[in-house]
Design a protein around this ligand. Structure first.
Ligand code: FSO
Ligand code: SF4
Length: 550
């Protein structure tokens, strides 16, 4: 196996970075990791023919939407089940062959030279396919061009993040043929192992720009389906009664579950990235959506173990449930998978509901603790004039966006320390699961505006960008001239594509950590620092001083 896609990857100065033995730090086995490499090659083959089919006037929405969903299964902490990865690979080849057939019907002499155009799987059993997968390993073989290799990985992981957001948008009824075509172009191009540094850098920016359009689609999907979020208080303590916990990013799953649990005597709790649901009007009609439980994903092995009901993982991040012995109480949905954990392909939650009714539920109601969320695009844009007033009255010095992913490493306390040290005359926007480092602390307010503004999920970075663009338009300046600093914590590939999106928008002086991606060479890091004025995070206090002094 070779995987270097996330922040917690193994780092070794002598042997090189990356999880490369029998199991990754996340628990992904060599078998699943290898099969995921093979799946990516099949998807690149599929994309190659999707482009060709498009030029011949053939568009297949099922094929277009299948690819990002299958690709999503290869992100960190999504799918650890080898049999499901094989199913996706087999489906990719079936869809690809169907496209070849349709293309040949329109152009009998069609012949492609792409190295993956005619990729065939050597069988359908795990051992044979794992053997075949070795030919598609992401392990670097060409030591003479490490920069190109690092950039290929940057593009691959950025594309993975974009694919995840495409799937989230698609679930909410949003897709765009132009985006699908751009995605296929980039997937197919990457399958040729490009080496030109400039082309790789340019295409990494294209991936970022594409993702901006995808995040706009996702925002549209969320608000058209569920309304515009507004500031809302959420209880973060348990209430006595039967219970179901819903984690991940898929609001549609949560909505379906709430409909199916109405009048069943079950309290539903959000976990992790599902927290923003409470702020949408469509969810506020459900009185049995009672609160939010637990912290960020890395705490699930103890928090899920102590949750006395059923648990649904609608997307990332799942980790080994056997550690907390709750593998019988956790259910996966969509592209999520864990071996021998029950999987729901459809939104019929009957079995989960019956299980929750058979489990004890919380025995006591704890004293309520409320947090405030719901500062997404509309609310932020409406607050823009007030923010400008506060700046002109010198009551607001700086706006920080401290967000992204959380993780288990201790260095991530940086984000807590940074947030807690921000001065009283500053606002603190946050999003993603990184906020759990500080979202239960008190930050006070400035003239009635809470200092801590929870924008939503990681993809709601779109809302924060729109606020920045809106403020710069109103003030007649560049986004980079605003008293605004982004402090990003990255863990997995969604965060990589958000970083690429911000860089492609020309946003400079982003602080990012807690460590830099292990797949970037020192030379590439220098390019990032010089070209984009990217700052690796250091010490919270010094970074804050440096930002405020600038
Ligand atoms: Fe977190 Fe996991 Fe949103 Fe990520 S739950 S780490 S960037 O998958 O998706 O913030
Ligand atoms: Fe290692 Fe991260 Fe890959 Fe898991 S996802 S195998 S922890 S690099």
């Amino acid at each position: 196996m070779y995987c270097v896609q996330c922040e917690q990857t193994m780092r070794n100065a002598q042997k090189g970075n990356g999880c490369a033995y029998t199991k990754g730090m996340c628990g992904k086995t060599a078998e699943t990791s290898d099969l995921q490499d093979l799946l990516i090659a099949t998807l690149q083959s599929l994309s190659t023919w999707a482009i060709e089919a498009n030029t011949l006037g053939i568009t297949d929405h099922h094929t277009n939407s299948f690819s990002p969903k299958a690709f999503f299964s290869t992100l960190t902490n999504v799918n650890f089940d080898s049999t499901r990865i094989i199913e996706y690979a087999l489906e990719a080849i079936t869809l690809r062959d169907s496209l070849i057939k349709q293309c040949k019907e329109r152009n009998t002499s069609i012949q492609l030279t792409h190295p993956l155009a005619y990729l065939q799987l050597n069988g359908s059993d795990i051992d044979t396919l794992q053997e075949q997968a070795k030919h598609f390993s992401l392990k670097k073989t060409d030591d003479t061009n490490q920069d190109a290799y690092g950039l290929r990985l940057l593009c691959l992981y950025g594309l993975k993040g974009a694919a995840a957001y495409m799937e989230h948008a698609h679930v909410l009824g949003q897709s765009d043929e132009k985006v699908y075509q751009q995605y296929h172009q980039l997937m197919s191009w990457l399958g040729t192992n490009p080496v030109d540094i400039e082309e790789l850098l340019n295409n990494s920016m294209l991936i970022g720009q594409m993702n901006f359009n995808i995040m706009a689609l996702l925002d549209k999907g969320e608000t058209e389906n569920f309304g515009n979020p507004s500031p809302t208080t959420v209880n973060v303590k348990p209430i006595a009664g039967k219970c179901i916990l819903v984690s991940g990013h898929d609001l549609k799953d949560l909505y379906a579950l709430l409909e199916q649990t109405q009048d069943k005597g079950i309290n539903v709790y959000t976990h992790g990235e599902m927290l923003p649901a409470h702020a949408y009007p469509a969810f506020q009609k459900f009185s049995h959506l009672v609160g939010n439980y637990g912290g960020a994903w890395q705490k699930q092995q103890t928090e899920f173990a102590n949750f006395p009901g059923a648990i649904i993982m609608t997307s990332n991040c799942i980790i080994d449930p056997s550690v907390g012995n709750y593998q019988d109480r956790i259910w996966t949905r969509s592209m999520v998978g864990w071996p021998n954990v029950k999987h729901l392909e459809e939104r019929d939650f009957t079995a989960v509901i019956n299980q929750a009714l058979s489990l004890p539920g919380f025995q006591h109601t704890e004293i309520e603790q409320l947090i405030t969320i719901g500062f997404a695009k509309n609310t932020l844009l409406n607050a823009a004039d007030g923010i400008i007033d506060l700046v002109s009255q010198k009551k607001l010095r700086h706006v920080f966006l401290v967000g992204g992913c959380d993780g288990s490493h201790e260095e991530r306390n940086y984000y807590h320390d940074f947030a807690m040290s921000t001065p009283q005359d500053s606002l603190l926007l946050t999003l993603g699961c990184g906020k759990y480092r500080f979202n239960k602390e008190s930050f006070g307010d400035i003239e009635g505006i809470p200092r801590l503004l929870d924008v939503g999920q990681c993809n709601d970075a779109y809302s924060a960008v729109m606020l920045a663009v809106h403020l710069s338009e109103k003030l007649g300046c560049e986004v980079n001239d605003l008293p605004l600093t982004i402090v990003l914590s990255w863990f997995e590939q969604k965060a990589i594509v958000i970083l690429l999106t911000l860089l492609s928008l020309g946003i400079k002086n982003i602080y990012t950590g807690p460590t830099l991606p292990a797949f970037l060479t020192p030379n590439l890091i220098n390019i990032m620092v010089e070209k984009f004025k990217l700052h690796p995070t250091g010490d919270a206090e010094s970074d804050l001083k440096q930002i405020l002094a600038a």
